[in-house]
Design a protein around this ligand. Structure first.
Ligand code: NAD
Length: 484
């Protein structure tokens, strides 16, 4: 690992930032400093925006069939470097290598889907809307676009946007999370090898000031953001006030409903993986379980056993099932929220606080925690914890459970475990939630579906991935044509 400062990639060149302020990048399992990242100033965003603007005309005129040839090359390079990128994700983000590989697989799938752009970007037409007059709609790129990414998926999330933006003829700027900048640095080393014209893709590292410069830059026409709800709301407000398109995905509080007729093994496996996979730092992590009727009897003991037996440690090591959380501040925040849940009336069924992992005493570790009898009217039943904590609430009927789900502030994901098709249909029909799982604990849409999200989990209209991304990265032009 190098502690050399990371560099920005602008106009196909690696450029050291002019700023004197660097942030340490820290391995969350070992507490070692593994890199330092510049908090780039507005002047560097401006340089990237100018490079992207200069590249735009040639790039948008490059036929889509040619544009996707670069994506085929990128896909091959991502495959060749799959192990190394996955390892980098684990080292800077903490998740297990298998989880990192899952993330990169989805990133690659998005490149594959975007290779279908010659079909996906097609418009529509109708001849003879009046005698001898034809009308058709074509799609054109939006211009210079930018992505602002969170820490928890250092590789994948940029790929909900970037391959579609490029394939549609836009030029691009990526601002990764300053907590996990190394993965995107590696990916840009691959982008550097595929021979894109100068300025088509640019990487600018940084924090809040860098984001503000992106949001205020007049050349940048569209913003894709993923992060916490507070920042998503802020980014959406500032971007749209500046006349930009914006799609801003926010936080989550994902409930699982367990009916008495659910398959017990499948339910425990699904909810354990959802709540504690990626140490609960997933926008699709199970945060609450609502047991309905008799389900409480078999569910509570089994989920406690599954949580207590999860192997916690350094994600690079064989057999580890759960890594650390991202920072010491995050670990303290999560422990504080567990305490608040207790003060609101919950009992700690499985206590994962103050975990010490042999050989990794300085890591930001918690073990899985389960809060029983969570106060359904309390704050902890509503607030995103973003750590390996599952709250249990008991309700009498599926209607109570759905009413609770619909009363939440977020709308990212909800899942139902049942063997009844009737209950499943009722739930998917009535739940006011963007991503629904039926007997599935992490209902992550494949790359050829949009990654949905409602209410405070999403600000905007068009989501990432697939056709929504194509709609976001193109503007429609309608032509009415008469020839004599
Ligand atoms: P975050 O909001 O702290 O940071 C996200 C990005 O915004 C980073 O690039 C950061 O540099 C920037 N940023 C942070 N504060 C800012 C501010 N005040 N002004 C301008 N920019 C700012 O989020 P995070 O902690 O990196 O990520 C975790 C959050 O992301 C969780 O809430 C999680 O649910 C959410 N998330 C949502 C989805 C989804 O699809 N809905 C997916 C992944 C993560």
């Amino acid at each position: 690992m190098t502690t050399e400062p990371l560099q920005n990639y602008i106009n196909n060149e690696w450029q050291a930032s002019n700023i004197s302020e660097y942030l340490d990048v820290v391995n969350p399992a070992t507490a070692e400093v593994i890199a330092s990242v510049p908090l780039s100033p507005a002047t560097e965003v401006d340089r990237a925006a100018k490079a992207a603007a200069e590249a735009l005309d040639e790039w948008r005129r490059t036929p889509p069939t040619e544009r996707i040839q670069y994506l085929f090359k990128l896909k091959n390079l991502l495959e060749e470097n799959f192990e190394e990128i996955s390892r980098t994700i684990t080292i800077e983000c903490g998740k297990t290598v298998d989880e990192s590989k899952g993330e990169m697989r989805r990133a690659i799938e998005n490149v594959e889907v975007a290779c279908g752009i010659p079909t996906m970007m097609q418009g529509t037409n109708l001849e003879d809307i009046a005698s001898g007059i034809d009308e058709f709609m074509i799609r054109q790129p939006v211009g210079v676009c930018a992505a602002i990414a969170p820490f928890n998926f250092p590789g994948m999330i940029t790929f909900w946007f970037l391959p579609y933006a490029l394939a549609c003829g836009n030029t691009y700027i990526v601002k990764p999370s300053e907590k996990v900048p190394m993965t995107m640095e590696k990916i840009f080393q691959l982008l550097d090898q595929i021979g894109l014209p100068k300025g088509v893709v640019n990487l600018v590292h940084g924090g809040v000031e860098t984001v503000d410069a992106i949001l205020d830059h007049p050349t940048i026409k569209a913003i894709s953001f993923v992060g916490s709800t507070a920042t998503a709301k802020y980014v959406y407000g500032r971007a749209t006030a500046n006349g930009k398109r914006a799609q801003c995905q926010g936080g989550a509080k994902n409930p699982m409903i367990v009916l008495p007729d659910a398959d017990a093994d499948m339910t425990i496996r699904g909810i354990t993986e959802s709540a504690f996979g990626c140490a609960g730092q997933r926008c699709l992590a199970a945060s609450l379980t609502l047991t309905v009727g008799d389900a409480q009897d078999w569910f509570t003991e089994s989920i406690a056993d599954a949580a207590a037996s999860r192997v916690v440690g350094y994600g690079l090591e064989e057999g580890v099932e759960m890594g650390p959380v991202i920072t010491p501040q995050s670990a303290s925040r999560i422990e504080g929220l567990i305490q608040q849940g207790v003060e609101e009336g919950a009992t700690v069924l499985v206590d994962g606080r103050h975990a010490k992992i042999p050989s990794y005493e300085n890591g930001n570790f918690l073990r899985p925690t389960i809060l029983q009898n969570l106060n359904r009217n309390g704050e902890i039943a509503r607030t995103e914890i973003f750590g390996p904590v599952l709250g249990l609430i008991h309700v009498d009927t599926i209607d109570d459970a759905i009413a609770f789900v619909n009363s939440g502030r977020h709308g990212n994901m909800a899942c139902l475990f049942t063997s009844s098709g009737t209950s499943a249909r009722k739930f998917r029909y009535e739940a006011q939630i963007g991503n629904i799982g039926i007997n599935v604990g992490v209902a992550a849409p494949m790359a050829f579906f949009p990654f949905s999200g409602w209410k405070e989990s999403f600000f905007g209209d068009l989501h990432g991935q697939s056709h929504d991304a194509v709609d976001f990265f193109t503007q429609k032009k309608v032509v009415v044509e008469r020839w004599f």
